[in-house]
Design a protein. Sequence first.
Length: 309
Amino acid sequence: MILFFLIFFLLLFICLSIYYYILNRRLQSEISQIEDSLEISLSGNLHHRILVQPNAQTKNICFLINKLCCNYQNDISLLKKSEKKYKDLMINLSHDVRTPLASMLGHLELLTSSPDITPSNNLSASLDVINRKALELANFVEMLFQWTKLDANEEKLFLSPFDINEQSRIIISKWLHIFEKNSIKYKFAIPEKAFICIIDPVAYQRIIDNLFKNIVNHSHASQMQFSVSTFNSSIHISIEDNGIGIKNVDQNLIFERLYQCDLSRNSKGNGLGLAIVKELVQKLNGSITLESVPNVYTKFLLSFPLQSS
């Protein structure tokens, strides 16, 4: 009798062990399936759902995860629609504000150039202030319009082969009198040989214009250097000034939208110029980096792919 019970309990133990082994394998398989599904969802495929068997041990967890993904997908969809409406609003608003501003500036220019307005007249000083503030507002609206179009992918670039050296000379020629007016000594090192690059010349001009504006308006520099060179199938453009520089704490954030350094460097800034520069450089398949030592120098380094002849 004792032998019978021993055999019975031994068989029962073996059966239970096999049963729990099978359950454990099934549970591990279901958990592995959940992990794989979560990896797919985290990669960006929010349409993916976990397939649940009726007798699965984890079916309740799977149902909750599927519901969470569904809710998250709906939230993302609503957020994208809201963001699109916001960007459309900003584009339309910027466009609507530009027209009356241009008209205001035109009339202000006529008034300030009138022979009836003399330096001794208080009206002259008031008009100068109004004109200056209107120009600042116009610049901000233009920057906002440019950034919003770029951020909404509404900016159409026309990429084609151009000699970046020649394009640089054309842009620089328009800035020489501005540098001289602001007592900034300049030095340019641009090779005579053509460096061909696939760019949009208008976008490239906006990049260089914004970097030059940064020097004139914010750097308090007395000298600047612009150079073009090639290395490892890339065109390298260096724009350096000897101004107040950018603090280490600001250097990683300087290209962020609406980010400004201390007021001493950004009294005329709006935090959009360098963000536009970075966005345009990336759209031209290039890169931009910054080097700066406060009160010593600031150098922006641009790089674009060099096209073979």
